[in-house]
Design a binder for this molecule. Structure first.
Ligand code: ZN
Length: 414
């Protein structure tokens, strides 16, 4: 006997797709998918009674009622296969799409798009999947990097090796490890917040002086009492760049996961250190960043509609480039849901999207891209990117990247 494959049909149509003939109505999508399921009846395919129809919802987010219903049923083990009319009905966000595919995989649910083969040459399907792959590749790299981090941390143990304890921690009397001093930890958090507000050591220092805030007072093993001193610019910088606060241990320019609990959220720490460590680097970092930041001035935070500013942090002699939302930077990390995005990820996805768009002659004409433009694009993409891209919006929560291009109609400045 053939094993029954329980199939769900998912349909979606957003309100602004009304005029586009390509995007058939929910009923038409469903009809095509039903016919497909029927054609596979011999293989045991059978439709489940539930309908998963999202009328009037954008594919840029997963916050859709029928999608939620579908994911619920998948998690409950009620489905074996999801059938859609077109790949983009499921999601227009590539990160979301990749996540959905992972989730389907975990529950052994397969996915079928009725009208599109994965190697289709029609623009959207290929475009979507190309970007998807580069996203997925990047995520895999990040994950394996994290795994390697964990392994090296396990080797190095991240132990506290002694010395003068820093504000926010005490040394456990039972042994050489750090324990959080709650009162002091509160003050440390406040100092990081102040830095994120002012972006200047002098301003933070002035604020600390006003409050009469002092550095840690502590007792040496011999029992000698060292009283706290007022902060200086140098001691404040040492505090803010101390990897211990993010729960890490730094040893010879290498950062290991520590045994102790963090006081500062690692993203906040990295944001502060992106600035402070960049400042103390030798050479002209500003020029280098500018040169490397392909999307500077073009990339905007989709949530705040503020520019996303290039910056970087250095770890293990490698630089990690980011774009940070200006509002997150000015008003604190919690002010913005997008916060920051790794630069290689967003840059590669934009380039991939453009490469695919340029493959299409019609699109190329619309964007007024010549053959010689294309030749230089491979070597030095910056010029052409600036010529054809008007604005890029990035929504961190959904991983959606919106490219606004200068087509003939929209007017490309020469
Ligand atoms: Zn933002």
């Amino acid at each position: 006997m053939v094993k029954t494959i329980r199939c769900a049909i998912y349909t979606r149509k957003s309100t602004d797709e009304g005029l586009d003939q390509d995007f058939n109505s929910l009923d038409a999508q469903r009809e095509a998918a039903e016919a497909f399921v029927k054609s596979q009846k011999h293989a045991g395919w059978a439709l489940v009674p539930s309908r998963y129809d999202d009328g009037g919802y954008s594919g840029g987010t997963l916050e859709r009622p029928a999608m939620r219903h579908l994911l619920d049923d998948i998690d409950q083990g009620r489905l074996d296969c999801v059938v859609v009319y077109k790949v983009d009905r499921l999601s227009r966000s590539l990160l979301d799409f990749a996540r959905l595919m992972d989730r389907f995989d975990q529950r052994s649910v397969s996915f079928v798009s009725v009208t599109q083969q994965f190697n289709t040459t029609t623009s959207l399907g290929r475009l979507t999947l190309n970007i998807l792959l580069s996203f997925a590749q990047f995520e895999r790299e990040i994950i394996s990097e994290r795994t390697r981090d964990k392994m090296s941390a396990a080797r190095r143990k991240g132990k506290w090796v002694g010395g003068v304890p820093m504000l926010g921690y005490d040394v456990d009397p039972g042994g050489g490890r750090l324990v959080i001093n709650k009162k002091e930890a509160q003050r440390v958090r406040q100092m990081f917040d102040l830095y994120l507000t002012h972006h200047s050591l002098s301003s933070v220092l002035a604020e600390l002086e006003r409050e009469g805030s002092q550095n840690k007072s502590w007792k040496s093993q011999a029992g000698r009492r060292h009283s706290g001193r007022p902060f200086t610019k140098a001691s404040l910088q040492r505090l803010l760049t101390n990897a211990v606060y993010a729960g890490n241990v730094e040893y010879r320019d290498t950062i290991y996961k520590g045994e102790h609990d963090p006081i500062i959220d690692s993203k906040v720490w990295e944001e502060v250190n992106a600035e402070l460590r960049a400042g103390r680097r030798t050479g002209p970092p500003a020029a280098r960043i500018k040169q490397n930041a392909l999307l500077a001035g073009l990339l905007f935070c989709g949530d705040c509609e503020q520019p996303m500013i290039p910056t970087y942090t250095a770890k293990r002699s490698r630089r990690f480039r980011y774009y940070v939302c200006r509002s997150a930077r000015r008003n604190g990390w919690s002010a913005c849901p997008t916060k920051s995005v790794p630069a290689p990820m967003i840059e590669e996805s934009v380039l991939e999207q453009l490469r695919t768009a340029f493959d299409n002659l019609k699109t190329r004409n619309e964007l007024r891209v010549s053959e010689s433009d294309l030749e230089s694009f491979g070597q030095n993409p910056a010029e052409l990117v600036r010529a054809v891209v008007k604005k890029i919006s990035y929504f961190g929560k959904t991983g959606t990247v919106q490219l606004n291009l200068r087509t003939k109609e929209a007017g490309r400045e020469d």
